[in-house]
Design a protein around this ligand. Structure first.
Ligand SMILES: Nc1nc2c(ncn2[C@@H]2O[C@H](COP(=O)(O)OP(=O)(O)OP(=O)(O)O)[C@@H](O)[C@H]2O)c(=O)[nH]1
Ligand SMILES: [Mg+2]
Length: 305
């Protein structure tokens, strides 16, 4: 008898959700950056533990949304949690211990309230313990235990790998009996064109600063399989203003060249073939208000802006 089900990873922006899903799955299915709000949609990563298939759902960070895109992201995260058989609330342990009053961030507090309101049982995983003193961790765990929503509190480092198997074992035990949804050797469930845009978007997050990454979107416009086994990919980077276009291009086009080179290198690794990547920058002030953009990412389009 096999087991198979969904485990959603939710949490405040930058908690390490995507890092965790990649680590549990054992390959890169979700993009990661040091900046908040990197993930914009739910991404499924498939992990096998014995006779159990766990489909981990990486979700966008939950925060107080301002823009239309923010609202769609936060809604996607909550719906990911609602649809799942198990929920892991991931928290950056340092966020609490660094807080002047030892409080959780407003985002984390709102997630605890949301889980309570939905009577949703979950576990908490305190992440980034590699960057913390051990003495600080126990009081933290006690504090969150008092919330009454968590069946258990795990302490992990998604980056270094500490505690991940204990967490995975808990998740596996929560998966209902049933047939596998994916072939056991499949890690990701994301169309290649979308994965390719995500990888380029990651390089933008790593290379550009301030509000720029948040004003950009990437679309794979063309995908051409060539006879020699290589693939030619054309992508458009949308920005919202002319000034942003100049920054993305950089002096003599150096910035976009760097972004393209590092994206291409990773795409070649992921797809195991030569990639010819062509990036174009277009100014489209209202890309974040276009329905198609949401549809392409599997996001609901929030009617109110
Ligand atoms: N030291 C340390 N850093 C970590 C750990 N896990 C993640 N990080 C770092 O935290 C940053 C954010 O990681 P992500 O995985 O993108 O976080 P996220 O929760 O998916 O963020 P959003 O998608 O923006 O909500 C990156 O710089 C990671 O390298 C960890 O266990 N230890
Ligand atoms: Mg993420």
């Amino acid at each position: 008898m096999t087991r198979c089900g969904f485990t959603a990873i939710i949490g405040a922006p930058n908690a390490g959700k995507s890092t965790l899903v990649n680590a549990l799955v054992g390959s890169k299915v979700a993009i990661v950056s040091p900046k908040v709000q990197t993930t914009r949609m739910n991404v499924r990563g498939v992990a096998m533990r014995g006779e159990t298939q766990i489909v981990f759902v990486d979700t966008p960070g939950i925060f107080k949304p301002k823009r239309r895109l923010d609202k769609a992201m936060v809604a996607a995260a909550w719906s990911g949690a609602g649809d799942a058989d198990a929920v892991v609330h991931l928290v950056d342990a340092a966020e609490v211990s660094d807080h002047p009053n030892g409080n959780a961030s407003a985002d984390t507090t709102s997630i605890i309230e949301g889980l309570k309101a939905a009577s949703r049982k979950a576990v908490m995983a305190l992440n980034k313990i590699d960057a913390m003193a051990v003495e600080q961790l126990l009081p933290l765990a006690e504090k969150f235990n008092g919330a009454g929503v968590y069946e258990e509190i795990f302490m992990i480092s998604a980056l270094k790998g500490n505690g991940l198997e204990t967490l995975a074992t808990w998740c596996a035990a929560r998966m209902p009996e049933g047939p596998f949804l994916y072939p056991p050797d499949q890690a990701a469930d994301i169309p290649s064109r979308l994965l390719a845009s995500e990888i380029t978007r990651e390089k933008i997050y790593l290379r550009l600063h301030d509000e720029l990454p948040y004003s950009t979107a990437v679309e794979t416009e063309k995908w051409e399989d060539r006879k020699d086994g290589s693939v030619k990919i054309d992508q458009i980077i949308y920005v919202q203003r002319d000034g942003q276009k100049a920054i993305v291009l950089g002096k003599k086009g150096q910035t976009i060249k760097d972004i393209g080179a590092s994206s291409r290198r990773e795409l070649e690794q992921i797809f195991g073939r030569r990639v010819h990547l062509f990036l174009f920058v277009k100014v489209r002030p209202d890309w974040a208000d276009k329905r198609e953009h949401y549809r392409d990412m599997g996001l609901e389009f929030p009617e109110d802006k």
